[in-house]
Each structure stands twice: as structure tokens, then as C-alpha cells.
Design a protein around this ligand. Structure first.
Ligand code: ADP
Length: 509
């Protein structure tokens, strides 16, 4: 037999075994590296290079020791010096590590969660000569896990009942909200049919819900009734969505139920209050109409008698009392007319008697009338040409002009003029009444056309009822026009209203 030389054979075998080992580690999906007992890196595979983001020099004392990673951290984010890392502890403490987690940072700053498994390597006489470390990147798995935990925590802490069931209607999960809402513990509900919660008369709902879910549809915000363990009925708002498996196949449904019993109670109460309010409003409108009528009739008689008395007492020194009384009676009569108008507007009984007339002529005429009693102010008119023909209720439009003109005089006691401007475009004629008085605070401008609204703090200086602008605005609106105001406090106000002309204008002014 030919003698085989021992040294030659063992060398070859060693080289072959090392080559096989390298080939094997190159194929491994895990990263692997080894160090000697001083932490000098003696070997690593390509996966380790990928996870470290660098290729450390082997057996080099100037390199990082115990691990080829650029930097290391504990899982709580605090830095972990290399000579305190698990690999170092394994060598120094002669112990193995299984599934230990640390954070590795690459030179480009990206970090990964690594799960490491380490075994010390011993010499024949039991001394530690180094260690082998097999590690993997578990960043993605951790992220998914955290997401799942977070979602589970959200579901668990939700006030809403979140329940899942399979397509046969069997309850498969039951959160704390469901427990609180329906009174069943998870072990009492899971495995039972969902009809546990559905009142007998509403069982058909489940069939139609499951039908929708099977076809991939969602059932959204559907108000219904469910039963609690102790037999109470709950008003709930239900949203049911299909649950799909990884292949996209529908395997069940998730239900989110919100207890709306309180809301339904409040809604019902509100509805009752609203009905009551409507009823009271009708009574109030009826009373206003009745009261205004009943006041107007005797007042008309008083007025007629006063007029007769005035004629009889002509040139008598006592006539002065009659005319003073007449003034007050007129005030009262105007207020009652306004109140009657309000009640007509409220009940939709404000009738319009439409005729064709020239707005410009009406404005001029009204100014002349007002000017006779308002000697403190000079009322001038600008832009008034003929041909502002409108079809409207002449008396009602006059009422609007009188209201804004008397307001302009009343609310500008320090001024001595009021300017009325008329302008036209293709379709509309606009009247603007500008005064130089107290103006309106910005926060009141928006509310000025509301019923009975008056700017606060005026009552002691200016008498009024807060009805005139409301009626004026309603009259203009009923004619299809619009009314608005521009005002600056302490500078003055400009009240506008515009109405459609019957003939379109050719020259704009
Ligand atoms: P009244 O003048 O009788 O109170 P109105 O409905 O005509 O009622 O006016 C409502 C409120 O609008 C008034 O109380 C006043 O506060 C404000 N107002 C109306 N016109 C003017 C104006 N030209 N300048 C300043 N404030 C005005």
C-alpha cells in the first residue's frame, strides 16, 4: 500500500474545509462574523458587510473590535461602546447569547435592529480563543410588530365597541368598548353568534349586512338598535367593513358600534322643543296681529277726533295741546303700523300692490316731504335723472326711503347734511343715503337688519324700536332687490338698496 503523507493530507483537508465553510457562509441569508479573544475581527461574510454598511480590515488592531458595525446602541437608543457589546461579554464572560437585540448604525447614519446569536469558541484545553456571531436584520419585523401592537392598543382602548365576526356570523374578537357597551366578557361573546346582540325583530338586518359584506361593500353609519346582556335596548350607529385575508379573500367583517342613545334622546327632546317653539311663535304672531289691530282702531278714532278738535280750536291758545297730543298719537300710530308689518312679514301676509313708476321722482318727492320736518339737515340729491322706471309697491318703497332718511337725520345729530345718490347700471337702480353721524360699530353691521335689533347703548340718546330696517330689508327682498350698509363708527353710514328697472338703461351713471 502506498503511504500517504500526513502533513500534506491534513493541509489539503483543512483548506478544502475552509473553502467549503466560506462557500456556505456566503450562501447563508444570515450575517456571520468571528473575532479572536481580543476582539480582532477574523472573518465575516457578505451579508455582514451589507448590514454593517462597511468592510472592516481583518486582524487589524486599529479597526473596531468585537463588531464590524460603525456604531452600536442599546434598544433604548443609548450608545453601546464596542467593548461592552454582547460579543465582548460572550468572550470575556465565557457565555452564549441567544436572540439578543441591539441597534447597529452604518457610516451613512442608517440604523437597523439586529438580533444576534453568539457562541464563544474554545481551544482544546478549554480556553476561549474568540467567538462566532450570527446576526440578522429584524427592523422590518419589529416595525410591523409595533404597528400591530399599536393598533391592538387603539382597538382595546376605544370607547366604541369594535367586534369582528366570520362570515357565518360567529364573533371572533371583542374589545373593551364592546364589553362596556353590551356587558358581555370576551369569553362570553367570542364563539357566539352575533344575533346575541340583535333584537329578534331586527334579525333580518344581519342577513342583509352579511350579503353586502360578502360582495365586498361597507355598511356605513347605519343607526339601529342592539341589546345589552341585561336586556336594555341601545341606540347605536353601526359601521361594518369586510375583513380580507392576505390573498384578498373576504373572511369576515369588523363592526364598529357607537352608543348614540343619549344623542337620540337629545334629538327627540330638541324636536319636541322645536315643535313647541313653533306653536308658541304662531300664538305670538296671532297675538301681535290681534293686538296691533285692536290698538289701531281706537287710535284711528282718537286721531280723527283730534283733527276735528284742531279745526274747531283754530287760533285758540289751547290748540297747542291738541297738536302736541297729535304728534304723540302719530308716533304711536307709526309704531303700531310697524308692528302690524312685522306680523304680516312673519306670517307671509305682506301684500304688494305693484305699479310702474319712476323711482327718481319718488325719491325727490320723499326728500321734499322729510325736509319740511327736518330743518336741522340739508338733504341733497345727486345723480337723479329720469328713467329709473321700476315696477313696485310705491307706498312700500316710499316707506323704505322714509326709514333710511329719517334714520340718517336721527343718527347724525352733530352733522348738518345728508346726501342721497342714485346710480344705474344695465339692469338696476341703486339708492344710497349717506350721513355723517355716529356710524355703526363693525360687530353690529351684520345684525343691523335683524328684527328688533338696535346698537347697544343708544336707547338713552335715540328713541327707536329696531323694526324699521328689518321691515325695509324685507320689503326690498320681496321686490327681488337687495339692501346693505357701509359704515364707519364716528364717521357715518351709507345705506343702499337696489331694485331692478323695468327698462334697461343705455347710459350708466
Ligand atoms: P330704530 O332706529 O327705530 O331703532 P331701525 O330698524 O331703523 O330701528 O334701526 C336699527 C338700528 O340700526 C338702530 O337702532 C341704530 O342702532 C342703527 N342705525 C340705523 N340707521 C343708522 C344710521 N344711519 N346711523 C347709525 N346707526 C343706525
Amino acid at each position: 500500500m502506498q503511504e500517504i503523507k500526513e502533513p500534506y493530507n491534513s493541509d489539503t483537508a483543512l483548506r478544502e474545509s475552509e473553502a467549503k465553510f466560506r462557500q456556505l457562509t456566503g450562501l447563508m441569508p444570515m450575517a456571520i462574523f468571528s473575532t479572536d479573544k481580543n476582539g480582532l475581527i477574523t472573518f465575516y461574510n457578505e451579508k455582514a458587510v451589507e448590514l454593517w454598511g462597511r468592510r472592516p480590515r481583518l486582524n487589524d488592531p486599529t479597526e473596531t473590535r468585537y463588531c464590524g458595525s460603525w456604531k452600536l446602541y442599546k434598544t433604548d437608543g443609548t450608545p453601546l461602546p464596542h467593548d461592552l457589546c454582547p460579543m465582548s461579554s460572550a468572550i470575556k464572560g465565557k457565555k452564549s447569547f441567544r436572540n439578543e437585540e441591539i441597534i447597529m448604525e452604518k457610516p451613512d447614519g442608517t440604523r437597523i435592529y439586529a438580533r444576534v446569536n453568539i457562541d464563544p469558541v474554545y481551544s482544546a484545553d478549554g480556553e476561549v480563543t474568540g467567538a462566532i456571531n450570527v446576526f440578522e436584520d429584524v427592523t422590518e419585523a419589529k416595525r410591523i410588530n409595533e404597528g400591530v401592537y399599536r393598533l391592538a392598543a387603539i382597538v382595546e382602548s376605544s370607547e366604541d365597541a369594535i367586534i369582528s365576526k366570520n362570515l357565518d356570523g360567529i364573533i371572533t374578537s371583542w374589545n373593551m368598548g364592546a364589553q362596556k357597551m353590551f356587558g358581555y366578557l370576551p369569553e362570553e361573546a367570542i364563539g357566539k353568534h352575533i344575533t346575541l346582540l340583535i333584537p329578534p325583530l331586527l334579525r333580518d338586518e344581519e342577513t342583509s349586512i352579511i350579503k353586502k359584506i360578502r360582495s365586498g361593500q361597507k355598511v356605513e353609519h347605519f343607526d339601529t338598535i342592539r341589546m345589552t346582556k341585561d336586556g336594555r335596548s341601545l341606540n347605536i350607529s353601526l359601521t361594518v367593513s369586510p375583513i380580507r385575508n392576505e390573498e384578498g379573500v373576504i373572511i369576515g367583517a369588523s363592526k364598529i358600534a357607537r352608543d348614540i342613545t343619549e344623542r337620540v334622546k337629545l334629538d327627540n327632546q330638541l324636536r319636541l322643543y322645536n315643535e313647541k317653539l313653533k306653536e308658541m311663535n304662531t300664538y305670538k304672531d296671532e297675538f301681535m296681529a290681534m293686538a296691533s289691530h285692536e290698538l289701531k282702531t281706537p287710535l284711528t278714532v282718537i286721531k280723527a277726533n283730534l283733527q276735528l278738535l284742531q279745526i274747531k280750536l283754530k287760533e285758540n291758545p289751547h290748540e297747542e295741546f291738541v297738536s302736541k297730543t297729535m304728534k304723540q298719537v302719530n308716533k304711536l300710530s307709526n309704531l303700531i303700523s310697524d308692528l302690524l308689518d312685522v306680523s304680516k312679514i312673519q306670517t307671509g301676509n305682506l301684500q304688494l300692490n305693484l305699479t310702474d313708476f319712476d323711482l327718481c321722482a319718488l325719491v325727490t318727492e320723499t326728500i321734499d316731504n322729510i325736509q319740511q320736518t327736518a330743518s336741522s339737515h340739508k338733504i341733497t340729491i345727486e345723480g337723479c335723472t329720469k328713467d329709473a322706471q321700476i315696477k313696485a309697491d310705491r307706498l312700500r318703497i316710499e316707506q323704505v326711503i322714509v326709514n333710511v332718511l329719517t334714520n340718517a337725520v336721527k343718527y347724525s345729530p352733530q352733522a348738518d347734511k345728508v346726501i342721497v345718490k342714485l346710480s344705474k347700471d344695465d339692469k338696476n337702480v341703486t339708492v344710497c343715503v349717506q350721513d355723517f353721524g355716529i356710524g355703526i360699530p363693525i360687530e353690529d353691521v351684520r345684525k343691523i337688519f335683524s328684527r328688533f335689533y338696535r346698537v347697544r347703548g343708544l336707547a338713552s340718546t335715540f328713541s327707536g324700536s329696531g323694526i324699521g330696517l328689518y321691515i325695509s330689508n324685507e320689503i326690498v327682498k320681496r321686490h327681488g332687490g337687495k339692501m346693505w350698509v357701509e359704515s364707519t363708527e364716528d364717521k357715518g353710514s351709507a345705506f343702499y338698496f337696489s331694485l331692478a328697472m323695468t327698462k334697461s338703461s343705455s347710459n350708466h351713471e
